[in-house]
Design a protein around this ligand. Structure first.
Ligand SMILES: C[S@@+](CC[C@H](N)C(=O)[O-])C[C@H]1O[C@@H](n2cnc3c(N)ncnc32)[C@H](O)[C@@H]1O
Length: 315
């Protein structure tokens, strides 16, 4: 390590705005707009400091349609990690850092609130909206991974309960969860119309599932991840609620460019790359990772490819 490199490290960390940015981007992957909101700063200032941090190799960026999201890189040279650890240690109890952390919580909550209000306004009409997905085949593939009767499965983000009902018909014991009261009402009505079918409906958020540790044999999120503020954290929460050897299964879109889905379907993310999904499963130690991709189904509109990814909690 030369003196020049050392000087560069300290120069980079010497600016308080850059330190605030790094502290936020270590917690969450954020867009410039969200960083502006948390820091209360203009775009030019935020972008200038992001450029310096990126140049130093401290940030990773990821494009999601027309948005770019940033997060702290974890693969930089040791001196950067060591210096950052020192800076962080000295930020404990810092009033600005605490204000930023609180503002970040509000930004993340507003991501979730946007989704909830979208589904609260759509309610039972979702069944008509979702026809655009033409996804019966997709659903059947996901279901076929779980058909062992007697299994206890959490259908997370159950929506109008279509998948939960299919599973229950197969003899699976289903706990169906959603954070939108209106979607749950729609699911309740649909389940009531099914003769003798019993499904445990629970109101709750993926970030803190209304399930105890290891309560189910499998947790499934079908077309839900692309609505979540922090999809990787959701997978970790799903892993918490499955017992040893239990499965976590997600079905979602592969990265795509269909910006219309943001406006018309209220999605937060335009799908996910294979590396991203594998990283989430790997980070929390799920085994037997498997991911299969399926071509986008056509329904008069270009639909993105989908994937089914699964992993197993160690026994
Ligand atoms: C696209 S729908 C999918 C519904 C169902 N899984 C299906 O495939 O038919 C997404 C569902 O996830 C729910 N959802 C979104 N974010 C959620 C969260 N943070 N916690 C719980 N449910 C959520 C929405 O309310 C909505 O019902």
């Amino acid at each position: 390590m030369g003196a020049q490199e050392l000087q560069r490290v300290f120069r980079t960390f010497s600016d308080p705005t850059r330190v605030r940015l790094l502290a936020l981007l270590e917690r969450e992957e954020l867009a410039v707009q969200e960083l502006m909101e948390v820091l209360g700063m203009a775009q030019s200032r935020v972008s200038r400091h992001l450029a310096i941090l990126r140049e130093a190799g401290l940030l990773h960026d990821r494009r999601d349609g027309t948005y770019v999201f940033y997060r702290l890189a974890t693969d930089q040279a040791a001196i950067w990690n060591q210096t950052w650890a020192l800076v962080k240690e000295n930020l404990k109890g810092d009033a600005t850092a605490e204000r930023d952390a609180a503002a970040l919580v509000r930004v993340m909550e507003s991501r979730a609130a946007r989704t909830r209000s979208f589904f609260d306004s759509v309610g039972p009409e979702w069944d008509a909206v979702r026809k655009v997905f033409n996804d019966d085949a997709l659903r059947a593939r996901a279901v076929s991974r779980l058909i062992d009767p007697g299994l206890k499965v959490a259908d997370i983000g159950t929506g109008t309960g279509i998948l939960a009902i299919e599973l229950a018909r197969l003899g699976v014991s289903v706990i169906a969860i959603d954070h939108s009261a209106r979607m749950l009402d729609a699911a309740r009505a649909k389940i009531a119309a099914e003769q003798g079918l019993s499904i445990d409906l629970r109101h709750g958020d993926v970030s803190a599932l209304p399930l105890s540790d290891g309560e189910v044999d499998a947790a499934l999120a079908h077309m839900v991840l692309h609505y979540l503020p922090s999809p990787g954290d959701a997978i970790a929460e799903m892993a918490r609620v499955v017992g040893p050897g239990g499965r976590v299964i997600v079905v979602d879109f592969v990265s795509h460019q269909n910006e219309w889905m943001r406006q018309e379907l209220g999605v937060t993310w335009l799908g996910f790359s294979a590396d991203e999904v594998a990283g989430w499963f790997e980070r929390i130690g799920l085994l037997d990772y498997n991911r299969q991709e399926h071509e986008g189904l056509s329904s008069g509109r270009d639909l993105p490819a989908t994937f089914i990814a699964s992993g197993r909690r160690p026994s």
